[in-house]
Write a protein that binds this ligand. Structure first.
Ligand SMILES: [Fe+2]
Length: 595
């Protein structure tokens, strides 16, 4: 059975499941180069079909991930195009008049500068107005049928949170023979923002709670905007900032959050009602220090999530936890969750935000059609993206203007030598790209993790990363115990979970640890998951004794991670990086061009 999964909201993506195996999944942004791309993922669909060597005629069913998306967001490509000031404008000129003055402003009028009708391929005659999500759904289906040449009866749609839940559950390698307790949490989808479900070993999910009050993501998102950062994007920066504040002078900011949302059994309620989550916090946080605000929202998030999960374990007795949805990217809260006595295993799949609901949709569709959960493969690793042959890489090199750059074939030992000399290497491995926002070695910038100076060096060359944000280490699985404190053997392969570090890590990996609390969100690299990347780190260990490298995603600030060898060369040409490792070829700029 061949099932094509499509998510056409923000962070649009496509996924392909063939006979219970996830063959490929990719986010549209990697192909269009517009971060958080919104709308029909035409290129992603083409890519997943090409990767499998099939055409649309071979597809049996199409599973969509969300039905209720408003036309206004399609017209404006909201998440892909909005700047920070657009999001402020949205609050002040759209939501405030609507919620506080009884007015009904036009969203598309307010943001008409973002409307490009050439990017709106849907039949407008089916859409009554900018809020008509039912008409928009009909237009989306019609467009899909016409574009792909398929009939409507092939298409089904799945609930947004069911997709989050099925992605986490089915992807989990810890579900076989075990009962699983699944949590979803996000900014909102299909009118819901948090669910709790259980799965008896190998069975479909049984939902115990569906909440529209799990507003952790919404509170975090608006706090991100209040601090002048991009909502649904920069929440991790508040999380990184929060760790510098010990809480000594943050009580007032914390109390503002703690006076509102509370856990109520497997759901949520309010101590004190809030009319809306932006102006409520804006008014009450005025004059508070930025780091206290970050501390307050992070601490409250941790408290709410740990209590919610505690309640689920107490009710069901199940200690094998899966979390999915955008809020599951909070690696600091995830650390506190796995550290809870009651938790046995915590699994966060790669890319747990909306980019993966196309995968959740194919899993849910297969199960709906009678496929047994145990007949669907859990994921072995995060590399569900595109790969390139040696020839394709060679062609990309030959077809590019490489100026006077040196091109040579290298071994892992050669790469290790460059790294050990303190230089930085952008690696585009020819193996499949990693899924989600975290680069896991195949589309990564890597460096010697021993000195914090490397962070400034990378920032100068390419990243312009915020000064308070740490990078992350890729650690050989066989050296994990030397560096990370992980007594429960929690799966740390996807940079999705935080851990405390050892004394040796502070000596060997200081560039990959949070500078203040020395925690890390590592990628644990097993040879079987990524032999090429493992070999480079192993070679680096041979030269330096350090069983890890520092790893950050291969992209210029604000751009998506590179998707093709050509994009890798283009990105390399537009930044200060000295070395690009493309497959087994190292392209190096001459000394005079180096910063
Ligand atoms: Fe979501």
């Amino acid at each position: 059975m061949v099932i094509l999964g499509i998510h056409d909201g923000h962070n649009a993506s496509a996924a392909l499941l063939i006979d219970g195996k996830l063959v490929c999944s990719i986010a549209e942004e990697r192909l269009t180069r517009a971060k958080h791309e919104y709308g029909f993922p035409g290129q992603a669909i083409e890519t997943v079909l090409n990767t499998a060597g099939i055409t649309i005629a071979d597809v049996d069913h199409i599973a969509m991930a969300t039905a209720t998306l408003p036309p206004a967001y399609y017209y404006t490509s909201r998440n892909a195009k909005f700047s920070i000031s657009d999001y402020w404008h949205e609050q002040k000129e759209y939501w405030y008049p609507k919620l506080y003055e009884g007015k009904d402003p036009s969203y598309t009028e307010l943001f008409k500068k973002h409307i490009d009708m050439s990017r709106f391929p849907y039949d407008e005659s089916l859409i009554k107005d900018e809020k008509d999500h039912q008409g928009m759904w009909k237009a989306r289906v019609k467009h899909l049928c016409e574009t792909l040449g398929v009939s409507e009866d092939m298409i089904s749609v799945h609930n947004h949170h069911n997709c989050h839940a099925y992605y986490g559950y089915v992807a989990s390698p810890y579900r076989r023979g075990e009962d699983t307790l699944v949590y979803t949490m996000d900014g909102g989808g299909y009118g819901e923002n948090g669910t709790v479900s259980i799965a008896k070993a190998g069975e479909p999910l049984e939902f115990l709670s569906r909440s529209s009050n799990c507003n952790i993501g919404r509170m975090y998102r608006y706090t991100t905007l209040l601090l002048g950062m991009r909502p649904a994007d920069h929440e991790y920066k508040l999380m990184g900032l929060a760790a510098y504040n010990t809480g000594d002078y943050a009580k007032k900011a914390y109390d503002v959050f703690a006076d509102t949302l509370q856990v109520d059994g497997l759901g949520f309620s309010y101590k004190n009602e809030v009319k809306d989550h932006f102006f409520h916090f804006k008014d009450r946080l005025e004059g508070e220090r930025f780091d206290s605000i970050a501390f307050g929202i992070q601490k409250r998030t941790e408290e709410l999530l740990t209590e919610w999960i505690h309640n689920g374990i107490e009710k069901t007795g199940i200690k094998n936890i899966v979390m999915s949805g955008g809020v599951a990217q909070n690696i600091k809260a995830n650390k506190l969750i796995w550290e809870m006595d009651a938790v046995q295993q915590l699994f966060i799949p790669p890319g747990p935000g909306d980019e993966s609901i196309s995968i959740g949709a194919v899993y849910a569709e297969a199960i709906k059609r009678g496929v047994k959960v145990d007949d669907i493969e859990s994921i072995d690793n995060a590399y569900f993206g595109t790969s390139f042959t040696d020839d394709q890489i060679k062609q990309a090199i030959e077809g590019s203007d490489l100026k006077d750059w040196e091109v040579r074939q290298v071994t892992p030992d050669d790469v290790a030598e460059v790294l050990a000399n303190g230089d930085v290497v952008a690696r585009f491995g020819q193996d499949n790209a990693e899924f989600g926002a975290r680069a896991l070695g195949n589309r990564s910038i890597i460096a010697d993790p021993r000195s914090p100076n490397v962070i400034h060096h990378i920032n100068k060359l390419v990243k312009m990363r915020d000064f308070w944000m740490p990078f992350a280490p890729s650690i050989l699985a066989e050296r994990e115990a030397d560096y990370m404190i992980n007594p429960k053997g929690i799966d740390g392969r996807f940079m999705a979970i935080g851990f405390d570090s050892t004394e040796l890590a502070r000596e060997h990996l200081s560039a990959g640890l949070h500078p203040f609390d020395h925690s890390a969100r590592p990628q644990i690299v097993r040879k079987e998951d990524n032999p090429g990347y493992h070999a480079i780190i192993k070679a680096f260990e041979k030269v330096t004794g350090v069983g890890a490298v520092m790893n950050t995603s291969f992209n210029i600030h604000g751009e998506p991670i590179v998707g093709t060898p050509e994009q890798a060369i283009d990105t390399f040409s537009r930044c200060g990086l000295h070395h690009l490792l493309l497959g087994s070829w190292m392209i190096s700029k001459p000394e005079k061009e180096r910063l």
